[in-house]
Design a protein around this ligand. Structure first.
Ligand SMILES: Cc1cc2nc3c(=O)[nH]c(=O)nc-3n(C[C@H](O)[C@H](O)[C@H](O)COP(=O)(O)OP(=O)(O)OC[C@H]3O[C@@H](n4cnc5c(N)ncnc54)[C@H](O)[C@@H]3O)c2cc1C
Ligand code: FES
Length: 237
């Protein structure tokens, strides 16, 4: 069990929760989060937004029962965090990297940017963040040591300079990530996507989070959530 230290609303339906949980983790991993007793039955997968001396932070959007309960939690409340789970984003020796996030898919990219910089202070990070109509959400990214491009309307994928991007990490709606892969493909950029399939167990036991790839079906919680972008068969919206 961890304790909620802070839980603040940062835009219309997005919240930032700080917990006192610590321990080793990798960029792009997630926790199965539970802020309730019996209902809803299943814990919910939420990415690591940040990990520092204070603890672990989660950026989340209220979309249903589970995230609504999370949004009502107060400092001092107990929260169950199982994890960290998943493979996370790969380590890199590249000197330049591009991070592309759409909506709540931006959440794992904050910690990715921080970790990339901690391991290589000279790396140049370009971050493209798309927040449809949520102009305050980008403020939580503003302290990163990165060039940050924010759009609150239109497609964030239209703004990326694909020709000059060698390595891309992306997370967001599948259609957005598929577009990134298609646009980057002619330039042979390496693209890694973080898939947000619905999950039940979170530990590889139920096959509820299957992602179709060129190498067969993979469990998003175990072999993912990060996959090579060109390997995934994206679901059509
Ligand atoms: C690896 C991973 C990391 C994630 N990281 C974050 C994060 O950092 N912050 C965050 O806010 N969310 C994140 N999500 C999504 C989050 O898990 C869901 O939004 C959450 O489980 C919804 O729970 P709920 O009870 O509030 O909504 P539900 O009542 O379960 O669902 C409400 C609505 O949302 C839809 N929905 C639920 N889950 C998903 C999903 N995974 N993909 C698409 N639609 C969905 C349902 O179909 C339904 O229409 C992540 C998901 C995965 C798999
Ligand atoms: S959620 Fe059960 S196998 Fe992935």
């Amino acid at each position: 069990m961890a304790l909620v230290l802070e839980n603040i609303r940062i835009s219309t339906n997005m919240y930032l929760m700080t917990t006192d949980h610590s321990g080793p983790c990798r960029m792009g991993q997630f926790y199965m989060v539970r802020g309730w007793d019996k209902y809803p039955l299943l814990s919910r997968p939420i990415s690591i937004f940040d990990r520092d001396d204070e603890g672990t932070k989660f950026l989340y959007r209220v979309v249903g029962e589970g995230t609504k309960i999370l949004s009502q939690m107060k400092p001092g409340d107990e929260i169950d965090l199982q994890g960290p789970y998943g493979n996370g984003f790969p380590e890199t020796n590249e000197q330049e990297i591009t991070l592309i996030g759409g909506g709540i898919g931006t959440a794992p990219l904050y910690f990715a940017a921080k970790e990339l910089k901690r391991k290589n202070p000279d790396i140049n990070i370009k971050m493209y963040l798309g927040f449809e109509g949520e102009d305050k959400a980008a403020e939580v990214f503003s302290d990163l040591d990165a060039e940050i491009i924010v759009k609150t309307s239109g497609y964030i994928t239209d703004w990326v300079d694909y020709e000059n991007e060698k390595l891309i990490f992306t997370c967001g709606p599948e259609i957005m990530m598929e577009t990134v892969c298609k646009k980057a493909e002619p330039f042979k950029s390496k693209v890694y996507v973080s898939m947000e399939k619905r999950m039940a167990c979170g530990v590889g036991a139920c096959l509820g989070c299957t992602c179709a790839t060129k190498e067969g079906n993979k469990r998003t919680c175990k072999e993912g959530p990060v996959f090579k972008g060109g390997d995934v068969f994206y679901e059509q919206a």
